[in-house]
Write a protein that binds this ligand. Structure first.
Ligand SMILES: NC(=O)c1ccc[n+]([C@@H]2O[C@H](COP(=O)([O-])OP(=O)(O)OC[C@H]3O[C@@H](n4cnc5c(N)ncnc54)[C@H](O)[C@@H]3O)[C@@H](O)[C@H]2O)c1
Length: 553
């Protein structure tokens, strides 16, 4: 006898919940539903994971074994690769990977394959929710047509007039915001955005999630929910790129970027700290923004912030390797033949996840430059072959003063909490700290590169020409002030213009055309060229930028 499931049905106790994809997202979600008293079945194509789960074992570092065991024993959780069992579920949640393919374009094959596995078993009144991060339109354009092959229908509709529109099954999108290893915010505390394909689907999904999270945030459509997740991740990606760029500038200017970020973070409104690092890592931030760039092309739209942020963040491993080369050079050593130890291959501290880890790129660049490389990571006793890298013969070396002292340089790539940074600085000859992990280390600061101590006195480096000019007189006269400002403005203008031309791929033969003239008057940009001025201080040259070449939309 088929179950009559109205949206309110999903408020009920002891629902049968099927979760497809028992990875970093799906497994915690499954355990949360089990904890709330529902009967959960995890579906996964990996038979090894299914066997481990049914034996009450965990394969994810931060998910405790006893939690799985507890719900397996109480029969609130089991795993299977028999997709026919989807028939029994009230709600089916999809948590499969959404990576990029070889050409760095969205690879939706996992989502597609999952929808294909569902539709032969789809039942009337079942709720299907896609949780995998993806571009706006995926639920409607990819998942819906496949599910409707079942013969059941779910209309795309919105507005109060469709409040009770009839649908054979419910379909929604609700992005996962899991942050593996985050002890402050677990799944239950993180608000969940939910968008239905139509109002009853939205209400059904809301009713379901209200049982397991503190707050559900309904939005008007699946597209809005898909876009919300991408906005969150693009926001991070762009802001990380910003601090990564400012870090490089600060190094040249002999300013401690970490001190600057800490100072700025004291502003109680309008600012949120982001920290520089060796590049982006993890399944989300280096990947998800490109889902939107790809989709934007369909609308003749270039997502320039995403591209620029990608450019800056992708360059970070190269910047780290340059810092290693320069530091070795200071020790009269070349990279070729040097012994280098990399600490931490995981993409972030205290997790056993190395997807898209920037350390893997740093290791590749070091090897290409002839370094003899070893690594240590408490979460990865050995490495394996990956899609872009092959480290299958590498094993984590033990950390002790003898091993640390035997390397020409030690790179802190991931700041795992278990590392004793003071002991590392004591024993190593040279430490390249990409994460400011050694900020509290007091001894041997002279060996540490890139990081600064929190309480370090102002750096005393080579004075810039500008500082020198100011030093010459306590009250620089008008002529000197003018020289300072116009030289700085000219340099800045020229650099911006150069970089902009490089990005647009202009040939050098056209140099000097179309840009602003250095005297501040419009350059030979031709009719219709628009400029915007920045900086109106007296005595300071105005920076003029052609706004018609950087359109607002
Ligand atoms: N990892 C995170 O921190 C995080 C955070 C937020 C969102 N997300 C998003 O969540 C989604 C899942 O990510 P994840 O980190 O859990 O991935 P994961 O690789 O850890 O887990 C995915 C699981 O799906 C299984 N799988 C693959 N194809 C399948 C299929 N056809 N049927 C059944 N199972 C299948 C895999 O065997 C694996 O166990 C992605 O879209 C990701 O972008 C991830």
């Amino acid at each position: 006898m088929p179950i009559d499931r109205k949206p309110e049905f999903f408020k009920g106790t002891q629902l049968k919940v099927g979760i497809i994809g028992c990875g970093y997202v799906g497994l915690p979600l499954a355990l949360r539903f089990a904890e709330a008293g529902h009967k959960v079945t995890g579906f996964d194509v990996d038979p090894h994971k299914v066997t481990m789960l049914n034996a009450g074992k965990s394969y994810i570092e931060h998910i405790p074994q006893n939690k799985i065991q507890q719900f397996v024993n109480s029969r609130h959780f089991s795993a299977t690769n028999d997709f026919e069992k989807l028939k029994e579920a009230d709600a089916i949640l999809i948590c499969v990977p959404t990576p990029l393919d070889e050409r760095r374009e969205p690879d939706l094959s996992y989502v597609e394959q999952t929808a294909i596995s569902i539709y032969p078993h789809l039942q009337k009144g079942q709720l299907v929710v896609l949780e995998s991060t993806t571009y706006p339109g995926t639920t409607e354009e990819l998942v819906l047509p496949i599910l409707e092959k079942s013969g059941l229908r779910c209309a795309v509709a919105s507005g109060p007039e469709n409040e009770n529109i009839a649908c054979d099954f419910y379909l929604a999108f609700s992005p996962e915001r899991e942050d593996p290893g985050n002890k402050q915010y677990g799944l239950a505390q993180i608000p969940k955005v939910v968008g239905g394909l139509n109002p009853p689907s939205g209400r059904a999904a809301q009713a379901l999630y209200t049982q397991v999270v503190a707050r559900v945030v309904p939005v008007s459509s699946t597209r809005a929910a898909e876009m919300a997740k991408l906005l969150e991740n693009i926001f991070r990606c762009v802001n990380i790129a910003l601090v990564n760029e400012l870090k490089q500038l600060s190094l040249r200017m002999n300013i401690d970027i970490w001190e600057v970020i800490d100072a700025a973070a004291t502003k109680p409104f309008g600012y949120m700290p982001f920290y520089p690092g060796p590049g982006l890592g993890g399944h989300c931030i280096p990947v998800d923004p490109y889902y939107l760039s790809w989709k934007a092309r369909e609308y003749d739209f270039a997502t320039r912030f995403i591209e620029l942020a990608g450019e800056v963040n992708t360059a970070m491993p190269y910047h780290i390797v340059d810092a290693v080369v320069n530091s070795l050079n200071d020790h009269k050593k070349s990279m070729k033949g040097s012994k280098i130890l990399v600490l931490g291959v995981a993409y972030k501290k205290d997790v056993d996840d190395l997807r898209e880890s920037p350390t893997l790129k740093i290791m590749q660049l070091l090897q290409q430059r002839g370094a003899h490389l070893d690594y240590n990571d408490p979460y990865f006793p050995k490495l394996h072959k990956m899609r872009h890298y092959n480290y299958e013969n590498m094993k984590s070396v033990p950390l002790n003063p003898q091993t640390l002292g035997s390397y020409d340089a030690v790179i802190i790539a991931t700041d795992h909490s278990s590392y004793d940074y003071a002991a590392i600085a004591d024993a190593a000859k040279l430490v390249i700290d990409t994460r400011n992990a050694t900020r509290r280390v007091v001894r041997h600061r002279e060996k540490i590169v890139l990081s600064r101590r929190r309480d370090s006195p102002p750096a005393r480096g080579k004075r810039s020409r500008q500082a020198e000019l100011f030093r010459r007189t306590d009250r620089p006269d008008r002529a000197i002030r003018g020289e300072i400002h116009s030289r700085a403005a000219r340099r800045w203008q020229a650099r911006l213009f150069r970089e902009w031309r490089q990005r647009r791929g202009c040939s050098s033969s056209r140099r000097g055309t179309g840009g602003p003239a250095s005297n501040g008057t419009p350059g030979p940009g031709g009719p219709g060229a628009h400029y915007q001025s920045f900086g109106t201080d007296r005595g300071r040259q105005r920076l003029r930028i052609r706004t018609d070449l950087f359109p607002a939309d």
